[in-house]
Design a protein around this ligand. Structure first.
Ligand code: EPZ
Length: 417
């Protein structure tokens, strides 16, 4: 296994280019099952989660041709409708093949994804919506077994906005009979990217990015050439990296509008952020003001940036309250931050962070994807050496984060152990 080692204290300087968005690429790759022919997808990030979804799709009979960050995808010859436990258990987003398989084959057997480090992560919204569309669903031996002779449009209401729930039902609806409305739908940019790709395929989707999405079923879809949006969480992670090391970093190729909530909180904490076309230039400040955050569905402050922001607040000049409203257990990074000297108290879904003048390097362990990023950021700022084990969590959602950071100045490298 790999560990990442960081000698902290070097300000980041220079520029970095973002990779494609993991959370856009996953549903868009799954959408290739909806029709035969060759799709050409640009800006696909080289990540473990992308490897996993490709394994699951290959298992169904999908074939790929790789050319750098361009991936050609063909699902002419689907040979299975099963997504097996040994693959699905490593990535709960595997549930995204459910809607496309039902649309294309009328059947699907997907291992129940199970929970993960950050929470129970149920899929009841997905299943309830599909049932409303005429899908017969049973849970058998840890699998969702779904069948539908015909998918029909329905009016679906989400109790709370679900990103992959919205995406799964959108994909199930594109060739359904009649009109489907998704109410209280997720508005994340990744949902919009999927809708744009589906409309390029000939789907009729309106309202993506708002809380009411309408999908009018069509008879045929066609394969497309499409480019994935850049990863806004990677962008936010580099913005925090500049802030926590008091550095100066240009982040190239952002979609600035997707980052408003993150930029606002960083500016409130004293970071100077300048927008130049699709680039953001972040200049850290000597003193970091403490800022409260509450994670919310888009366009609110993203839960996927909560851990990274907590690292910054750990060395802020006061106390900050961090409320996590999306997942019930997304504070796994707190105990590791405490090992680095952070002063954090957790109480009922919120963390009180008492800012310290500095953190000290320590041996820490990654527990989930964004907790790993938090520990990297804390290590960049800490005095002395930090060793982060189990970085396979980090590699699920970041392409070569340590390599990209090392080009900006810090002493950061990998070792096997
Ligand atoms: C997506 O997960 C993202 N993953 C997550 O990113 C992200 O944290 C999350 O959305 C919230 O923004 C992908 O897009 C692949 P949800 P998802 O359904 O779709 C509850 C990362 O770090 N819920 O929007 O699984 C759920 O428990 C990952 O890149 C139900 O109760 O999240 C949560 O409390 C982590 N029943 C809330 O809704 C359901 O059927 C929002 O979850 C579905 C969800």
């Amino acid at each position: 296994m790999d560990k990442i080692i960081i000698e902290g204290g070097t300000p980041l300087t220079g520029e970095v280019t973002l990779s494609g968005s993991k959370n856009a690429a996953l549903p868009i790759l799954s959408a290739c099952v909806l029709t035969g022919g060759w799709h050409t997808l640009h800006n696909i990030p080289a990540l473990r989660d992308i490897w996993t979804i490709k394994k699951i799709l290959s298992n169904l009979g999908v074939v790929f041709e790789e050319d750098g960050q361009t991936l050609r995808v063909n699902s002419d010859n689907l040979k299975s409708h099963v997504a097996p436990y040994q693959l699905v258990r490593t990535m709960r987003a595997s549930i995204l093949v459910l809607g496309p398989l039902l649309s294309r084959l009328g059947k699907a057997k997907i291992s129940l994804p199970g929970g993960c480090a950050i929470g129970a992560r149920p899929i009841d919204f997905h299943l309830k919506g599909l049932s409303a569309m005429g899908v017969d669903i049973s849970l058998e031996h840890g699998y969702v077994v779904a069948r539908a002779d015909k998918l029909r449009g329905a009016a679906i209401f989400f109790d709370i906005p679900s990103v992959t729930g919205t995406e799964n039902l959108m994909m199930a609806a594109v060739k359904a009979e009649g009109k489907t409305t998704l109410n209280n739908a997720a508005k994340e940019p990744e949902v919009v990217d999927l809708a744009n790709m589906l409309n390029h395929m000939g789907a009729q989707i309106e309202g993506a990015g708002t809380d009411t999405i309408t999908i009018t079923g069509v008879k045929e879809l066609r394969p497309v050439t499409y480019s994935i949006i850049p990863d806004r969480i990677e962008a936010g992670t580099f913005l925090v990296a500049a802030a926590i090391t008091k550095g100066n970093v240009r982040i190239k190729g952002c979609r600035v509008d997707d980052l408003e909530a993150i930029v606002e909180k960083l500016v409130d904490s004293g970071v100077k952020i300048e927008k130049q076309a699709q680039d953001l230039i972040a200049q850290g400040n000597d003193s970091i003001k403490s800022v409260d955050i509450k994670t919310m569905p888009f366009p609110g402050f993203p839960t996927d940036m909560q851990a990274q922001f907590m690292a910054l607040m750990s060395i802020a000049d006061g106390w900050s309250m961090i409320r996590e409203t999306i997942f019930e257990n997304r504070f796994m990074h707190v105990s590791e931050l405490r090992r680095m000297g952070a002063d954090i108290e957790i109480n009922a879904g919120q963390a009180l962070v008492r800012g310290k003048s500095n953190l000290s390097g320590a041996q820490v362990m990654a527990t989930d994807l964004r907790a790993s990023a938090c520990l990297v950021l804390a290590g960049l700022a800490a005095k002395g050496r930090t060793e982060i084990s189990r970085v396979y969590h980090l590699d699920r959602g970041y392409h070569d984060l340590d390599g990209k950071l090392s080009l900006l100045g810090p002493k950061i490298w990998r070792e096997q152990y």
